[in-house]
Each structure stands twice: as C-alpha cells, then as structure tokens.
Design a binder for this molecule. Structure first.
Ligand code: NDP
Length: 324
C-alpha cells in the first residue's frame, strides 16, 4: 500500500502546513449517512492511509469528534505520530467574547480528544449572541482570545476565515500575534486575485474552500459556470492524464493556495490527492483564471447588515436559517 507524499508550505510562524487538506463540512450529507460517526471515522482513517495529513473542521461542523477518533486510532496503530497530522478547526460566531474563546476551544479539545490544535481560525469576523442577534463584540476582542489560547500552547498557530482585505489589514495593525492563514472561498469562478495577493504580500497562507466551484452541484443542483465536461478543462485533463477535478485542484496548488476539497467517497478521496505529480503551465493557469465571475456559494446575505459583514451587499438577502 503506497502513501502519497503531500508537500508542505512554511507558515510565517515557522510551522508547516500540508498543501492539501480534507474538507469535512458534511452539511445535510451527514443527515443522509446511515451512521455518520462511524462512516466519517472510517473515511478519515482511509484518508490517513492514502496520505492526507491535514483535516479541516470547525466546531459548527460537528465532525471534530470523528476526526479525533480516527487520528487516535492511527497513532495507536503506530502508523503516524501526532506531529505528522495537521488539524485546522474554527471558533464559532457565538463565542466571540474574549473570555469565551478558551472555553470554546476546551470543548473542541474535549470532543476531539486532541491535546492541541494545529491551526485555530476565527470562522467569521461577525459576532452573535446565542439567539443569533448581532453582538457588538469587535473581532479584535475575539482575536485577543485567540492570542490567549495560542500563548497557552493549546493551539500552535492562529488565523482567520472569511475576512476581507480591510479587516485583515486592521488585524495586522492592531494584533500582537500575526495571523498565519486566511481561509476563503477560492475556485475558478472566484479567483480572489486581490485578496490573495494582499495575503501573500503579508506572508499569510491562503486556504481555498469550495475549491471545485461549479464543477459539482451546489445546494443540490447544477449552477452556472464550468462543468466537468468544459472543453478547456477536458483538454488539460487529456494532456496531463488527469480528471477535470484534478486540474482545478492543481490550479489552486499552482497558485500556492491550499485546497480543502470535501468528499465522503473513497474513490474521489484518492483522486483528489493525486495532484502532486504534475504541474500546470503559467498560461494554463491564466486560462482557468478567465472563468472568474466573482460568484460566491457561501454568501450569508441574511447577515449583511452586521457591522462586520465581510462581503458586498446584495439587493435581496436570503432568509436566515439560524433564526428560522
Ligand atoms: P468542494 O469544492 O470541496 O465540493 C464538495 C462536493 O464535491 C461534494 O458534493 C463532493 O461529493 C464533490 N466532490 C469532491 N471531490 C470530487 C471529485 N473529484 N469529483 C467529483 N465530485 C467531487 O466544496 P465544499 O463547499 O464542501 O468545501 C470544502 C471544504 O471547505 C468544506 O468541507 C469545509 O471544510 C470548508 N469550508 C469552509 C468554509 C468557511 O466558511 N471557512 C465554508 C465552506 C466550506 P462527494 O462527497 O460525494 O464526493
């Protein structure tokens, strides 16, 4: 049985992040699983067997426990050590008060059985009360909370997700510890050129979520944008002997973005990691860039009146699922 070696990227704090992660937001899929706990644990075990070393989760995903169980099992088997694994998880929006960060993290450590987290991200810059009414907690206060748990050694590195350029800039100016990573939506229809360039200039690693973009169904349906059978992606797939999905994942890697594709399918799990034995040419990267249409799939417009909403406002916000 051969294990695929995933390269690592150096973060500004000197630590290293594997250049591909497994996304574990299962959303409604989890409800469809016969036994989510067992199935996800088995999947993560399989992922470790084939070479995945980086797992992306969040307290809101409810997958921290299964990931932790799988890691514990593989360590007990002697297949890996804790240091081989990189776990990214995220602080939820209702835990933004400085004093709530440590207790939220303890809850994560408790659930996962891990004694530290590799990368702890503030999931969104917006804070909420328990009933999802807007709280006036500023994200800099929350960042102090992340700095606290970093100082305690409970998290090795800290960063943010879904911050825009201005918010990131403020974090860099006012924070004591620099964020090492920014997790944002990146795919051929949302290439994020400016935000990525800004992050790179500040030595911040970018992790790209929803990397497969319009290639796969979103909200259970086909969406506009390139599909698996797109002529350009097919041409590149043929040239490199890869699938269109692998071409798109490699496009992120070649832009130095860490893709975190989610799959619960063992065949696609293997497919998504087999992207480190080829490389796209610069003009091929640029051709894929031209799919850009600034389309977001994660756009919580129901929060758009929050003072720290990170994205552009839309005319007709969708109803708030958290306050249904
Ligand atoms: P992805 O781009 O990873 O797409 C996932 C979908 O693609 C699933 O339906 C999966 O189905 C399918 N799929 C995966 N691989 C292939 C393949 N090779 N060929 C065909 N279909 C494939 O989008 P996500 O939105 O799930 O994002 C990935 C991860 O990013 C999340 O799991 C989460 O960890 C993170 N995320 C973070 C956010 C944030 O706010 N920070 C927001 C959204 C996501 P199947 O499982 O059946 O293979």
């Amino acid at each position: 049985r051969s294990t695929i070696a995933v390269p690592k990227l150096k973060m500004s704090d000197g630590r290293e992040m594997p250049a591909l992660g497994l996304g574990t937001y299962l959303g409604d899929d989890k409800n469809g699983m016969v036994s989510p706990e067992k199935e996800l644990k088995d999947l993560v075990v399989k992922a470790i067997d084939i070479g995945y070393r980086h797992f992306d989760t969040a307290s809101i995903y409810n997958t921290e426990e299964e990931i932790g169980d799988a890691i514990e099992m593989k360590i007990a088997e002697g297949a890996i050590t804790r240091e081989d694994i990189f776990v990214t998880t995220k602080l939820w929006n209702t835990k933004h008060k400085r004093e709530d960060v440590a207790s939220a993290l303890w809850n994560t450590l408790d659930k996962s059985g891990l004694d530290y987290i590799d990368l702890y991200l503030m999931h969104w810059p917006m804070g909420f009360n328990d009933d999802y009414s807007f709280s006036d907690v500023d994200f800099m206060e929350t960042w102090r909370g992340l700095e606290d748990v970093h100082k305690l050694g409970l998290v090795k590195s800290i960063g943010v997700s879904n911050f825009n350029k201005e918010q990131l800039q403020r974090l860099l100016e006012e924070g004591s510890v620099r964020p090492v990573a920014l997790q944002i939506e990146v795919h051929p229809q949302l290439i994020q050129e400016q935000l990525i360039n800004f992050a790179f200039a500040e030595n911040i690693i970018v992790m790209g979520y929803s990397p497969l973009g319009s290639l796969v169904e979103r909200f259970g349906r086909r969406v506009p944008g390139p599909k698996m059978e797109d002529p350009l992606l097919m041409e590149l797939a043929l040239k490199y002997g890869k699938s269109p999905a692998q071409i798109v994942l490699r496009w992120l890697v070649d832009r130095n973005v860490v893709p975190i594709p989610k799959t619960v399918n063992p065949k696609r799990l293997l497919e998504n990691i087999k992207i480190f034995d080829f490389k796209l040419e610069q003009d091929e990267i640029e051709k894929i860039n031209r799919f850009n249409s600034n389309t977001r799939y994660t756009e919580p417009s129901f929060w758009q009146t929050h003072p720290h909403y990170p994205f552009e406002q839309v005319k007709e916000p969708i109803p708030d699922p958290f306050r249904a």
